[in-house]
Every structure is written in structure tokens, then in C-alpha cells.
Write a protein that binds this ligand. Structure first.
Ligand code: AKB
Length: 355
């Protein structure tokens, strides 16, 4: 054979090998996506809350069969989503509803948030702590495939030493100062117990303060969303925190995607039950500037309320989420600017619909 023909044959062979490998990789990715989207029966507690509203819409669009539960019916529920009234503090009813639904996964969202929780710590304990126990116990009893738990940066607290490291990783001493935070730590520990003791597939995230085009529900991080809602509705907002308050925040579409991606992650890739998640950590004056740039004529002033300020100061300024990134590919898509661009028109629509 002529030497140039040898070269040409070699070139063709290596080209076909590369094309084969490329096709193989693409097929793997497509298969993984398809597998990740396998249809499930999912039961959601706390369906009418801030996370539930967006999560249900997204899961329904992805073709899952849903049972939405809460103490009050969501204002809007897509056709085809089954509604079931459920108070998670009623143990036997929780068990009956989970037994009847036979869910592949339960997204357990029912909770009273930090600010509202301080107005009634006893009820907060019942819903957040006892409710989580009843949900886990019923899932164990009736063989639910998976439980997704939503914890929070409120699980952290200032502690007794030099304070929280910045960024704050998962494994530090947890000394929350609110009943909400106490029950999130308790809930995380219960999740780990049920996983270790009974092999229940429990996974969860410590969410930053979540911001969405929904009216907020009693959180201490709500000052961030109020800057948008009050700024747009009234052109004025007096924030209950200092201008230099900095806590981790996240736009809801990223939060919802994180829950779904964690649910779809292969269990053998996960080294733990509960993961930190981070997106952006602006200080309150940076949020005020972003609102003013996007909305126009808005005045935001700062008049810190000592109780809520103390809660905010007890939380991390930024969190370390490298484990979620490494083990299940977590990556936020929104920062403060891109969230603001997406959120402002949605809040205008929300306010117009409610007026
Ligand atoms: C709250 O402010 O209580 C919540 C949270 C940070 O979990 N948004």
C-alpha cells in the first residue's frame, strides 16, 4: 500500500472511532435525562406555601402524578392535581393519607417560618417537629420510596465560640436561636436517623432565604421580597433590618430545580442526607439598589427591628455548598441582577391580579 493511503486509512479509522465515542456520550446523556424524568407519584405537604406553589406547577408540567396536601387549599391548583386536606400534626390522618397515596416520593414542605414561629413557638414545634416525625414514620410504615426535606440556613446560630466560619459549611455546631431553626435541626437529625436505621431514602437541602413572585409567608428573610413588592406597589419600603445585613438568598426557580435535581440524583452519589445550597449573598443595601435600578422611583429606608435583626445576625453571611455541586451537580442560574430582571414584571402581574 502507498504510504499516503496508510495515513488516510488511519485517519478515517480514528475519525470513525471519535464519532462512535461522541454518539455514545450523547446517547448516555439523553438516556440519563430520560431516566431522570421518569414519572413518579409525588405527595407534597405544605402545598399552599411559597415553595409548594411553584414546585407543584413545575412537577405537574413534568408529567408527575401529584397529591397536594395542606391545611388550606392552594389558591390555584392545575387541573389533574389531586387535592387532599391534611394537617401534619394529626398523626393518624398523616398515616392514612400516605397509605392511600402510596407515593414514590414525598416532598415535605409543611412548616411555620422563623418570624411567624416566634409568635407561637409551641404551635411551631407541633407542626415543624412533630409533623416531620409523623411524615417520616408514615413513610417508613407504608414504604414510600423517598422523602425530600426542606431545611434552612435558620438551622445555624451564633453559638458560643468565635461565630460561624464564612462561608459556612454543613458540619459546624448548630445553635439556632429560633424555634423554626431548632425544629429544622431536629428535622435534619430525624432524617438522618430514618436513613441510617431504616434505610429510608431521605434527602434534603438547607435553603437560603427564598424569593419568588408570591406574597411572603412569615420569614425573617422576607425583607428582601418586601423591597420588591412594597417598592413596586407603594414606591416606598422601610426595611426591618440594617442596610449592611447580609444573608444567603436564592430565586425560587433555582430552589425548585434544586429539589427536583436532588430527588433525581443516584443515591450512591450522595455522601449525606442534607446539603447546603448557595446562590447569592447581597447585603440589604445592594438589594435596595437593584430594586431602585429596575423599578425607578423607589425609596427604601432601614429601621432595624431588634428581634428580627438579631435573628438575621445569627445566620451565616454566605454558605459553602461545594458538596451539592460536586455530588449531584448543583449550580444556581440566577444572581441578584438576573433575578431582579425576571421578578419585577412577575410581581407587577401578581399585584395587578390582586388589586
Ligand atoms: C425564614 O426567613 O424563616 C425563611 C428561611 C430563611 O428559612 N425564609
Amino acid at each position: 500500500m502507498m504510504p499516503w493511503r496508510d495515513d488516510a486509512v488511519f485517519l478515517l479509522r480514528s475519525l470513525s472511532l471519535r464519532i462512535f465515542v461522541a454518539h455514545f456520550v450523547v446517547a448516555q446523556v439523553v438516556f440519563a435525562r430520560f431516566a431522570a424524568d421518569k414519572r413518579m407519584k409525588i405527595l407534597i405537604t405544605g402545598a399552599s406555601g411559597q415553595i409548594g406553589t411553584d414546585l407543584i406547577r413545575t412537577l405537574h408540567r413534568r408529567g408527575h402524578t401529584l397529591v397536594a396536601t395542606d391545611v388550606r387549599e392552594p389558591e390555584q391548583l392545575d387541573d389533574g392535581v389531586q387535592w387532599q386536606e391534611l394537617d401534619v400534626t394529626e398523626r393518624s390522618h398523616v398515616s392514612e393519607v400516605i397509605a392511600a397515596a402510596q407515593p414514590d416520593a414525598v416532598f415535605h414542605l409543611a412548616a411555620i417560618l422563623s418570624a411567624r414561629g416566634e409568635a407561637n413557638p409551641q404551635r411551631t414545634y407541633e407542626i415543624n417537629q412533630a409533623g416531620t416525625y409523623y411524615v417520616l414514620e408514615s413513610c417508613r410504615e407504608h414504604g414510600a420510596g423517598q422523602v425530600i426535606f426542606t431545611s434552612s440556613i435558620a438551622a445555624y446560630g451564633p453559638g458560643f465560640g468565635p461565630g460561624l466560619p464564612d462561608p459556612t459549611p454543613e458540619e459546624v455546631a448548630l445553635h439556632p436561636t429560633t424555634m423554626y431553626g431548632v425544629t429544622k435541626v431536629g428535622g435534619e437529625l430525624l432524617c438522618e436517623y430514618y436513613h441510617q436505621r431504616y434505610g429510608l431514602d431521605v434527602r434534603g437541602v438547607r435553603f437560603p432565604g427564598l424569593i419568588s413572585a408570591e406574597l411572603p409567608g412569615g420569614g425573617t428573610s422576607d425583607y428582601a421580597l418586601f423591597m420588591y413588592t412594597e417598592g413596586i406597589a407603594k414606591g416606598y419600603y422601610e426595611a426591618f433590618c440594617r442596610a449592611d445585613t447580609r444573608i444567603p438568598l436564592m430565586y425560587m426557580p433555582d430552589g425548585v430545580r434544586a429539589l427536583i435535581e436532588l430527588c433525581n440524583a443516584p443515591r450512591d452519589q450522595l455522601s449525606r442526607c442534607i446539603y447546603n445550597l448557595a446562590a447569592f449573598s447581597p447585603d440589604a443595601s445592594e438589594i435596595a439598589d437593584a430594586v431602585t435600578r429596575a423599578v425607578g422611583d423607589v425609596t427604601i429606608e432601614f429601621a432595624p427591628d431588634p428581634v428580627r435583626q438579631a435573628i438575621l445576625d445569627s445566620w451565616p453571611r454566605t454558605v459553602d455548598d461545594h458538596l451539592a455541586r460536586k455530588e449531584w451537580g448543583w449550580k444556581p442560574t440566577y444572581d441578584l441582577e438576573s433575578m431582579t430582571a425576571d421578578l419585577v414584571p412577575k410581581i407587577r402581574e401578581l399585584l395587578a391580579a390582586r388589586s
